[in-house]
Each structure stands twice: as structure tokens, then as C-alpha cells.
Design a protein around this ligand. Structure first.
Ligand SMILES: Cc1cc2nc3c(=O)[nH]c(=O)nc-3n(C[C@H](O)[C@H](O)[C@H](O)COP(=O)(O)O)c2cc1C
Length: 358
């Protein structure tokens, strides 16, 4: 055991994402106790049994050891503060927390995703913890999303929605654009890290053209004015160029021509090379814009790259873009940032079931 790495054990267990509960009880004198616990699990449906385990060093251990009942309060995703409050020994943990009396007067915390009122049926010793088994007497489910905990931090949950579209090879097929946005949105923090903390944007083809639907600001955001719902230029922005270069021409062609014509009418020449820019982008697998000024109020000059994400049918569903102050983002096609962006977009395409160009 001396060679067993406790830190590594904790880190490994962190790969198992759980919900978060606060287990509450009363002692014989009517004093309230509560501890944050993510060791909660279901045990049996008939009879209805659950378990949770408590550290023997916990100061509330004697109260739970001796109690006859407890309540499992399954926290909702707005209750991080309550989780933190009940995870600290000492001061009155119930301070400012609204509770209702349940069976036997046990405290039930208001606003939870669910609660289970239990009688304690048995307890087992488990190393430095004790495992309590509770029989559920009464329960309630509320329409709140549960709070989650994994990799040592709080998380929020959303439906994966991939069940019916998982193909035999484990890849996904036929995902709608909406699900693609969810999948890519969940991956944004990790991609931002892989790109050395550069601002990321996700765009879809909306009814007005290339539309930004998500931003993942970096630790040094390119601008405080990152807005969603913005429709970007198909000829001047890296994101728009990605749709112009990689989306089916029937979808984008008319909008691209309208924009080129408008620019020409305003005397802004196409510098004769729009089609060669598209050809270059197709060759590189991504688009770029060098030295752009997004708008006067942004007061920065940026470089940007954008890579297409394709679905199982080979249709472009998203543009994954990165933009950064020009001095922090080399404009070279083969720099580390565009390469990481290309790879991140490819990984998303693979997860969406894309098998390569047809
Ligand atoms: C997310 C999270 C999950 C926790 N899970 C458990 C658990 O399952 N069992 C446990 O004994 N302590 C767990 N803790 C730590 C206890 O909440 C903490 O030791 C306890 O509240 C100490 O208070 P006490 O001295 O009043 O008992 C957890 C803490 C956090 C933040």
C-alpha cells in the first residue's frame, strides 16, 4: 500500500462523473447535520435501497452513525453554493438555507432536483469510510437539472442525444446541426486549451448566412464585445469564407454573389482574387484572414482561421474559428494554431460520423 499513489487514485476516480447530494439528519437533541456527498448510489429497486459513504474523520460521523433516518437531497445545478457550504466543517451549515421538515422532522433542502427520505437499515465498515444503506420511504423529483461533479470540479449536464444514431463502428450518423452545435460546444474549452488559449467561435449557416452561435473566450479575450447571433461577411471574415469554400454551392453561392456585387457597387474591389482565395482554402483545409479590423469599436487588428466541420453526409454543418490579436497569432498556414484548429475540426467531423470527402 505504501507504493499506492493516493493522488493518482483520486484523479482516476474523478473520471467517474457523479451527481452531488447533501445528506441531512437530526440527532436525538434535534440538532441538524448535513454533509455534501457524491458517494451516493442506488442499490436495489425492490426493496428500494440506496447507499452513501462517510469518512470516519468527518465531525458529523457520530450523528450519522447514531441516526435512524436521513434525507438524500440531490442538488440542482444552481446549488453550487449549498454544496460548498455543506462541504465545510464548523459554522452553522444551515445558515441561510431554506428547509422543510420531512418524515421524523428531517431537514429537506428547498430547490433540489430531487430528494429521498430514508430509514437507515444498515451500515458497513469500508476502510476509512462507513457505508450506510438507506431504505427509501418517500421521494420527490423536481424539474431542475442536477448538479454534476467530475474531475474535481462542478459540472452541468445536458442530454447526449446520440443513442439512436450510434453506428456499428461507434461513430455517429445523421446528427442534425443542432446536435452538432451541442457536441462542438461541449468540446470548446478543451479545444481552446489545445490552441494555446485563443478565442474560439462556432458558426452555423442560418437563414441570413454565416451566423456565430457560440464563443469560447480565451484567458486573454480578443475583445470584450464577443456577440452571438452575428451574421458575418462571406468574403471578409475567415468564418464566412469557410462556408463559401466548403459548403455546397447551391446553399451559399447566391449569398456570396450578392455580397460580391454589393461590395463592387460600393467600389470595394474584389481584388480579383476571391476565387483563388477559395481554391487556396480548399487546398489548405481551412480559411484565413490576416490583419482584419473586426469593427471600429473593437480597436484591435486580428488574424483569424476557420475550419469546416462535416456531418455523416459530408455536409458542412459548422465552422470552427479562432481569432486573436495579430501579434499573438502567426498568419502562416502551417503554424501550430491552424494545425491544431484543423485537427480539432477533423475530430469533431469524425465524431459526427464524417468518413471523408465523397
Ligand atoms: C463534491 C463533494 C463530494 C463529497 N463527497 C463526500 C462523500 O461522499 N463522503 C464524505 O464523507 N465526504 C464527502 N465530501 C466531503 C464532506 O462534505 C466534508 O468532509 C464534510 O462536509 C465535513 O463536514 P463535517 O465535519 O460537518 O462532517 C465531499 C465534498 C464535496 C465537495
Amino acid at each position: 500500500m505504501s507504493t499506492f499513489d493516493k493522488h493518482e487514485f483520486r484523479r482516476t476516480l474523478g473520471a467517474f462523473t457523479t451527481g452531488v447530494t447533501v445528506i441531512t439528519t437530526l440527532d436525538a437533541a434535534g440538532k441538524r447535520y448535513g454533509v455534501t456527498a457524491n458517494s451516493f448510489s442506488s442499490v436495489s429497486l425492490d426493496p428500494p435501497l440506496i447507499l452513501w459513504s462517510q469518512s470516519l474523520t468527518s465531525s458529523s460521523y457520530p450523528a450519522f452513525r447514531d441516526c435512524e433516518r436521513f434525507v438524500v437531497n440531490i442538488l440542482a445545478d444552481h446549488q453550487v453554493q449549498i454544496s460548498n457550504q455543506f462541504a465545510k466543517s464548523g459554522a452553522d451549515k444551515f445558515q441561510g438555507v431554506a428547509v422543510q421538515p420531512g418524515l421524523g422532522g428531517m431537514p429537506i433542502i428547498d430547490g433540489c432536483a430531487a430528494h429521498l427520505e430514508c430509514t437507515k437499515v444498515t451500515a458497513y465498515s469500508g476502510g476509512d469510510h462507513i457505508v450506510y444503506i438507506g431504505q427509501v420511504e418517500r421521494m420527490h423529483r423536481a424539474p431542475h437539472r442536477p448538479l454534476a461533479f467530475g474531475e474535481g470540479r462542478y459540472m452541468v449536464t445536458f442530454a447526449h442525444d446520440l443513442g439512436e444514431v450510434l453506428g456499428a463502428g461507434g461513430t455517429t450518423t445523421g446528427l442534425s446541426g443542432l446536435e452538432a452545435v451541442r457536441l462542438a460546444g461541449a468540446a470548446l474549452p478543451e479545444i481552446c486549451e489545445q490552441l494555446g488559449q485563443r478565442t474560439l467561435g462556432l458558426a452555423v449557416w442560418g437563414n441570413q448566412g454565416a451566423t456565430i452561435v457560440r464563443w469560447e473566450p480565451s484567458s486573454a479575450p480578443v475583445s470584450p464585445y464577443l456577440q452571438t447571433g452575428v451574421v458575418v461577411s462571406l468574403t471578409q471574415s475567415a468564418t464566412g469564407l469557410a462556408f463559401a469554400a466548403f459548403m455546397r454551392p447551391e446553399v451559399v453561392q447566391a449569398a456570396v454573389e450578392r455580397e460580391l456585387n454589393t461590395r463592387a457597387a460600393e467600389g470595394q474591389a474584389d481584388d480579383g482574387n476571391f476565387s483563388s482565395r477559395l481554391a487556396e482554402a480548399r487546398e489548405q483545409g481551412l480559411t484565413r484572414v490576416v490583419g482584419a479590423a473586426p469593427s471600429p469599436r473593437h480597436k484591435v487588428t486580428v488574424n483569424a482561421f476557420s475550419a469546416p466541420v462535416f456531418d455523416a453526409n459530408g455536409e458542412m454543418v459548422l465552422a470552427l474559428s479562432t481569432t486573436c490579436q495579430a501579434e499573438r497569432l502567426e498568419p502562416d498556414w502551417d503554424g501550430a494554431v491552424p494545425e491544431a484548429l484543423r485537427q480539432a475540426a477533423n475530430r469533431l467531423s469524425t465524431r459526427l460520423g464524417y468518413k471523408g470527402a465523397r
